[in-house]
Every structure is written in structure tokens, then in C-alpha cells.
Design a protein around this ligand. Structure first.
Ligand code: SAM
Length: 251
């Protein structure tokens, strides 16, 4: 069964366009995911199909009405659905969340704009997700980020080896990769990668993955249970980092 996705937005082309290109389009053509984009104004009120209103108590900007959202979800929600509100105050979206969502049958994304939603909308949703600590003009780009990250994890969407080894999948950042030319502007590809020795390549990649994670995202290593090989390689890269001479201090 394909993963079914419904997106509720005031700007359907913003969502439909990017998903009609490249790998997301292929994933849908293969029948692994079905994405339907709905104009929230379908459930808008009155002649002008109004979906938002001024906030009680005053203040700038409009918020999305709860009755409009309830009408839309009344049509789209099914017992197996997960309804996701995009919101800067939501749980920060990370790879384990993408993996969890890829295992569900039906996702509904609600993309507010302007000042956000009437507080009562939250009770109509199952999850609130943020894509990071910054504020966008609307939920569409956030929904696209999440849909893209989720559908590429569906079985058959992408070579399983690539998704297993890439950044965050194993809780580490990915190791450095190279292609031709073997030498560029004085920098050469690490010799082990052209040695043809698979076991040495595997160990080098794990070590460099640990090194990069330690340098750039040490938070990912906190609380991680390490296997014997990982623990040994991490101890080595830590020791190397401690003995490295800082740039400009040589001599
Ligand atoms: N007044 C809101 C606040 O201070 O939290 C911000 C509203 S924002 C201008 C409009 C909409 O963009 C939000 O309701 C949300 O749907 C979306 N949005 C903005 N930043 C986001 C983020 N980091 N992650 C997910 N959605 C976001």
C-alpha cells in the first residue's frame, strides 16, 4: 500500500511544484506514495471563502479558524491518519521522526500562514512539528521538507545502502566522499579509498564518520551506546584531536 499524504494549504502550487520534480516525482510514479494537495479555501466560510480571522484580545495579524480546520479534517481524517500541524513551537523534526512517519499509512499536513492557528486547532492534530529554530512565512516549506525526508525512506524509493549509511541514519554524520579527479589542486583522495581493500575502506569510513561527528555535532555522541569497534575508533580520533597542533602554532 502506498503512503498516502494529504496537504492542506492556502497555496497549493507552492507544495505541488517541488513534489512534481526529480526523486519525489519518481517515488509517486512508482506508486510508493500518493500526495494530494488541497486548497483550504474549499472549506472557507461565506462568499469570500474566509479561513482566518483577527485574534481576540487584539494584536497584529490573522489566525487560522478552528471551525475551518475541523471541517477540512472532518473530510480527510481516517482512523489510521496522523494529522501534523506545522508550527515553530512543535517538536523539532529529526531523522528518527522521519523514519517513524515513513512507517505510517496516512499523513495529513496542516500548513498555516500569517500568525498561525487558533489555539483550539492543536487539539485536532496528532503531532506538532517544527523544522528548526527560525520562523517561516507559512507551513508549506516545512511540510515539503518533511514529506521529502519521509518518502525517500519508503522501501524501494532509494537504494537501501544509501539511506542506511547517510548522515543521521546511524546517529552519526556521514563520512567524506570523493570522486574523480584523484588529485585536484594539490589535494589527493585518501589512498585507502583507491586500495580496493573493502574492510579497510569500511573501517576508514566509520572512523571518519566518528571524527566528523565529534568535530561538528558532538551532541550526537552524547548518550550513544558504542560498540567495541566504535569505542576504539572514537578513542583514537579523540586522541588525535587532542594532540593535533592548532593551525598557526606550528614551529
Ligand atoms: N506567530 C507564530 C509564532 O510566533 O510561533 C509564527 C507564525 S509563522 C509566521 C506562520 C506559519 O509558518 C506557522 O503557523 C507555521 O505553520 C509555519 N512555520 C513557521 N516557522 C516554522 C518552523 N520553523 N517549522 C514549521 N513551521 C513553521
Amino acid at each position: 500500500m502506498p503512503l498516502e499524504i494529504d496537504v492542506l494549504t492556502l497555496f497549493p502550487p507552492m507544495v505541488a511544484g517541488p513534489l512534481a520534480e526529480s526523486i519525489p516525482a519518481r517515488i509517486q510514479d512508482q506508486g510508493l506514495a500518493t500526495v494530494r494537495v488541497h486548497d483550504l479555501r474549499q472549506w472557507g466560510l461565506g462568499r469570500h471563502r474566509t479561513v482566518d480571522d483577527y485574534t481576540y484580545g487584539g494584536g497584529a495579524g490573522m489566525v487560522l479558524r478552528v471551525d475551518v480546520v475541523a471541517a477540512a479534517l472532518g473530510e480527510l481524517r481516517r482512523p489510521e491518519s496522523t494529522v501534523i500541524l506545522l508550527d515553530p513551537a512543535g517538536e523539532v523534526f529529526r531523522q528518527p521522526v522521519a523514519q517513524a512517519l515513513a512507517g505510517t499509512p496516512h499523513l495529513v499536513f496542516l500548513c498555516p500562514r500569517y500568525e498561525g492557528v487558533d489555539e483550539r486547532v492543536r487539539a485536532l492534530c496528532d503531532r506538532e512539528l517544527s523544522i528548526g529554530d527560525y520562523v517561516l512565512t507559512g507551513g508549506e516549506l516545512a511540510a515539503l521538507v518533511i514529506v521529502d525526508a519521509v518518502i525517500r525512506l519508503l522501501p524501494g524509493a532509494i537504494d537501501a545502502a544509501s539511506t542506511a549509511e547517510e548522515s543521521f541514519s546511524a546517529g552519526l554524520l556521514e563520512y567524506p566522499q570523493y570522486t574523480r579527479p584523484a588529485e585536484f589542486d594539490g589535494t589527493v583522495v585518501p589512498p585507502v579509498l583507491v586500495s580496493g581493500h573493502h574492510e579497510q575502506v569500511r573501517r576508514w569510513r566509520l572512523r571518519e564518520s566518528l571524527r566528523r561527528t565529534l568535530q561538528r555535532r558532538p551532541d550526537l555522541l552524547e548518550g550513544r551506546s558504542l560498540g567495541r569497534e566504535e569505542a576504539r575508533l572514537l578513542a583514537e580520533v579523540r586522541a588525535e584531536a587532542e594532540t593535533a597542533v592548532p593551525e598557526g602554532r606550528a614551529g
